[in-house]
Design a protein around this ligand. Structure first.
Ligand code: ADP
Length: 265
């Protein structure tokens, strides 16, 4: 009897493991195919918009210099968006294959934030956002790869814009905290439900809200931010309330002079 019971238990266990494996594989296939369709959609839209704007300019189908300026801004904005998507995908595959090593140096947070804002200003202005920056004087520098961190900040800003509705307000704050420096991006957007928070840093994950179909994305941004910040020996925190907004905080190690060789993510 004991032997039969044991056999049944083993069989049930094996079946359970098998079923879980198959379900996981099916999920992976679904996730990959939705990733491909999301990326294709994200690539096609800006290309179509750029083409239309260039055609309009080429045929001089604008009424006044302001309209001409508007089309030029559109081209710039959409090519920025394309660049960010391609950078995300390239960075992602380099991080996955371990080919991307960090080039760590002393980085002033003020410089990091102002450069990111400089390249994002057009988008914020065009979408009608108000933004403010709160960085206290005398904040320690961080030990960082400036290009990788710019990329993180741009991804957080991009999300803040994408997931905001009527209250178009963004704030960037930096503080010294627990021997590290925090850099936070807050918005007054749709927020994230508590049960979804643990999953948002996983690759290809997009939260199933009503907005997901209207807001473009590939589900890579936050996964990259998390990987890059962890490679800096830092961490990312999120606080969010549905309907109120979200705060994404990157905690980064302070620069303490010419430290050893950079870690590989
Ligand atoms: P993507 O924006 O391409 O979908 P991300 O990895 O950047 O992918 O974000 C994953 C998910 O986390 C998003 O689909 C969205 O549901 C949620 N999210 C990220 N940032 C915000 C934010 N600032 N406000 C609300 N939801 C957010």
């Amino acid at each position: 009897m004991l032997f039969i019971a044991l056999m049944i238990a083993v069989l049930l266990g094996a079946t359970w493991v098998g079923v879980r494996y198959i379900v996981r594989q099916i999920e992976l296939v679904q996730v990959k195919s939705s990733f491909v369709s999301n990326v294709t959609h994200e690539l096609k839209t800006p290309i179509a918009v750029i083409k239309l704007a260039v055609e309009t300019l080429e045929m001089r189908r604008f009424r006044n210099p302001e309209e001409e300026e508007k089309y030029l801004r559109t081209i710039l904005k959409e090519s920025d968006r394309l660049t960010r998507l391609v950078d995300n995908i390239l960075d992602f595959s380099r991080l996955e294959s371990g080919q991307r090593a960090l080039r760590l140096a002393e980085v002033r947070v003020e410089d990091l934030v102002s450069t990111a804002l400089e390249s994002f200003r057009l988008r914020l202005e065009d979408e009608g956002f108000h933004w403010d920056v709160d960085i206290p004087a005398g904040l320690p520098s961080v030990r960082a790869d400036v290009i990788a961190l710019q990329h993180c900040l741009l991804n957080l800003l991009d999300n803040a814009v994408k997931y905001s509705r009527d209250r178009k307000e963004i704030r960037i704050t930096a503080r010294a905290r627990d021997g590290m420096v925090s850099v936070a991006v807050s918005d007054r957007g749709i927020g994230i439900a508590a049960e979804d928070l643990p999953r948002i840093f996983e690759k290809f994950v997009r939260v199933e809200t009503g907005l997901v179909h209207t807001v473009k994305g590939a589900g890579l941004g936050l996964s990259l931010v998390d990987q890059i910040v962890r490679a800096h020996h830092g961490r990312v925190e999120v606080a969010s309330t549905p309907g109120e907004g979200s705060i994404f905080t990157m905690l980064l190690p302070v620069w303490e002079g010419g430290q050893g060789s950079p870690p590989t993510p």
